[in-house]
Design a protein around this ligand. Structure first.
Ligand code: AMP
Ligand code: ZN
Length: 111
């Protein structure tokens, strides 16, 4: 299921460019366009839904393993995985997405 008006569905289809990190039949991952740190990635189910409660379980099972794979692949030792639902919770894009935000060591000079 996808939504013609959804920016992340357009990214999955390739209608909007992205820096793709991973793709399978159910999951897509790409770099955030306004990264909070180097390597800030978004991992999304291909199934369109605004909130976590809109996504069937079978479309979510691979999402955290992919976030884990990306964190390991880029050598992020400390990182946050965040997922916002609804405006009050600071959600801006209405297609479920998990942020994987590396927290580099301050000594490395990256924020
Ligand atoms: P949220 O506040 O959880 O809805 O976060 C939405 C995230 O999507 C933000 O971190 C944006 O920088 C990111 N974003 C919006 N448009 C794009 C895009 N075209 N490509 C990559 N990331 C995007
Ligand atoms: Zn969508």
């Amino acid at each position: 299921m996808s939504s013609a008006a959804c920016i992340f569905c357009k990214i999955i289809k390739g209608d909007i460019p992205s820096l793709k990190l991973f793709e399978s039949d159910k999951v897509f991952a790409f770099l955030d366009i306004q990264p909070l740190s180097l390597g800030h990635a978004l991992v999304i189910p291909k199934f369109h839904g605004a909130k976590l409660t809109d996504i069937p379980d079978e479309h979510l099972t691979e999402v955290l393993p992919v976030a884990k794979k990306i964190a390991k692949a880029i050598g992020a030792e400390d990182f946050n995985v965040l997922q916002n639902n609804g405006r009050i919770a600071h959600q801006v894009v209405d297609h479920v997405h998990f942020h994987m935000i590396p927290k580099p060591n301050e000594k490395e000079g990256l924020t």
